[in-house]
Design a protein around this ligand. Structure first.
Ligand code: NOJ
Ligand code: CA
Length: 558
């Protein structure tokens, strides 16, 4: 049931829906070759509608050698043949729109695959018209302020190319040469890339590796003013040619650096909430949500009213620990269940459920927290059923295993045998398809999936309140409880979350503007009111959403 506000014509549709991130390759295989595909996503649209999401973020589906799961594009203007065809994409978009679902793609702008004809042409000769599309050097010493992002695999941002007789620059893997944004033809071509897929009906993009497009000597080569200019140009083009489409920025940085991507609503409509994300896990590890409220109080005021944060707990990458201090990291590692080989780059490659010790209640509590904040929550496929990971697989493949649809040898993902799947299934008993799968969880009223659906349904029913930007933290005294009010015009919702491992009780005085007759939307362990004092009780890692009607002034219009 999509949110009532998910009206496809509303320019601010993105503020009221829940997004669902999915990789076509490992979502559902429709033709039995062991590889997920676009028709497979189409077959599962009703599942997404029933779950209650309003928009899908498709991970890169363009032609690619898949050395970085599609983030290494070798042809921007076609679908990877293993995933389907452009016609399949058109059918998927039409079917999604028919069900009131939006669908965004992934705009990989910073780099291409070294197999891309642009790079192949560029490396051949210094006189090639494509030479200036990339960054070359005779010494490989420039831009030394740019840190290496994948330090487990790359030692430098420059790699020598025998064919070119020069070094070329790459911010990620060495098979992903960076484009040179000082070349106007590059900027124009990436805008054409966006135009092409918007022309096929996509409703926008999550933009990849946003901070790194421009390089300047003497800087960290991240978040430069030129980057903002490029994305404002992209936004300008989209507003003019494809009104109602949106862009979400993937830019990890400080609060000031990330807020800047809204740029008074001239740039991104949504910005991934990187400053908050590690604090959600730290607050969980510390059993103290204080820091979460502090970050929210610092990040929410900077958001223009027609924009919104994009909240997430996990995604297809490692959980980045970059913004944690040494002592915070120590707490995180001590308290979370982390096998030593789960660490990678500057983070941890684990899915949500295993990170939270396989505890459904904790998964639900943190998810329902991001569902209640002003902005758009992003869910990662499989986290709604408590799927696990495989830290024995290379790199971030650990968190990219096939979706578990059923208790069946290939997890209902494919008709192909398990040995022929594009990636192996989860095997750890507590998270394997026999324990965690859609079919079984759909049939159990108390499963994680059923409880997720209920919470998403409540959120959708109150989308006006949850999509407003009114947020007020609540002081609950010295307790491991996070509390805040979300206000609409007719009523307010009090959201309470117990980060403690013990039950928690508490009380607060109701503001005079509200009737003291609570309606429990999501029940904690019971609440009472006497006079204007509201008393609550929450289970360990429990949460409650409670509605209070606004009192009207005598004689005020109803
Ligand atoms: C961020 C993407 O999320 C990640 O998966 C990818 O490897 C890098 N950008 C490079 O495109
Ligand atoms: Ca297939």
């Amino acid at each position: 049931m999509p949110a009532p506000e998910s009206d496809l014509r509303s320019p601010e549709w993105f503020r009221s829906v829940v997004f669902y991130e999915l990789p076509v390759r490992t979502f559902f295989d429709s033709n039995g070759d062991g590889i997920g595909d676009l028709p497979g996503v189409l077959e599962k649209l009703d599942y997404l509608v029933d779950l209650g999401v309003g928009a899908i973020w498709l991970l890169p589906f363009y032609k690619s050698p898949w050395r970085d799961d599609g983030y290494d594009i070798s042809d921007h203007f076609t679908v990877d043949p293993r995933l389907g065809t452009i016609d399949d994409l058109d059918r998927l978009v039409e079917a999604a729109h028919g069900r009131g679902l939006r669908i965004i793609g992934d705009l990989v702008a910073n780099h291409v695959s070294d197999e891309h004809p642009w790079f192949q042409e560029a490396r051949k000769s210094r006189d090639s018209p494509k030479r200036s599309w990339f960054l070359w050097s005779d010494t490989g010493t420039e831009f030394s302020g740019a840190r290496v992002i994948f330090p487990d695999y790359e030692k430098s941002n420059w790699t020598w190319d025998d064919v070119a007789g020069q070094y070329y620059f790459h911010r990620f893997f060495h098979w992903q040469p960076d484009l040179n944004y000082d070349t106007s033809a590059v900027r124009a071509e990436i805008l054409n890339f966006a135009r092409f897929w918007l022309g096929h009906g996509l409703d926008g993009f999550r933009c990849d590796a946003v901070p790194y497009l421009y390089k300047r000597e003497g800087t960290t080569c991240a978040h430069l003013p030129e980057v903002h200019q490029f994305f404002q140009d992209l936004r300008g083009m989209m507003d003019a040619e494809f009104p109602g489409t949106v862009i979400v920025s993937e830019a990890n940085g400080t609060i000031a650096e990330t807020v800047a991507y809204f740029d008074r609503s001239h740039e991104f409509q949504m910005v991934m909430e990187f400053p908050l994300m590690p604090n959600l896990f730290l607050g969980f590890a510390e059993r103290n949500p204080r820091r979460i409220l502090d970050v929210l109080r610092a990040t929410l005021p900077g958001v223009p009213t027609d924009c919104g944060w994009a909240y997430f707990l996990r995604n297809h990458d490692e959980l980045s620990l970059e913004r944690m201090s040494e002592s915070e990291r120590a707490v995180f590692f001590r308290e979370m269940s982390l096998p030593s080989d789960a660490r990678i780059h500057n983070g941890v490659r684990r899915r949500l459920a295993p990170l939270l010790g396989g505890d459904d209640q904790s998964v639900l509590m943190l998810t329902s927290l991001i569902l209640a904040l002003p902005g758009a929550p992003f869910l990662y496929y499989g986290d709604e059923i408590g799927m696990g990971d495989r830290v024995d697989l290379p790199d971030r493949d650990a968190v990219r295993t096939p979706m578990q649809w059923a208790n069946d040898p290939s997890a209902g993902f494919s008709r192909a045998p398990p040995s022929s799947l594009t990636r192996p299934l989860v095997v750890e008993p507590a998270f394997a398809p026999s324990r965690r799968n859609v079919a079984d969880e759909e049939s159990q009223a108390n499963s994680l999936l059923s409880r997720m659906r209920t919470v998403l349904r409540v959120r959708a029913a109150h989308a006006t309140v949850f999509s407003s930007d009114r947020f007020e933290g609540v002081d609950v005294g010295d307790r491991p409880v996070l509390g805040f009010w979300r206000a609409g015009s007719e009523y307010q919702i009090l959201c309470l979350y117990n980060f403690g491992a013990e039950p928690s009780t508490g009380q607060l005085e109701l503001p005079g503007s509200l009737w003291a007759s609570p309606v429990e939307l999501v029940r904690g362990q019971g609440s009472t009111v006497s006079g204007r004092t509201f008393r609550f009780r929450l289970a360990p890692r429990g949460f409650a959403w409670t509605l209070f009607l606004t009192r009207r002034e005598r004689g005020a219009p109803a």
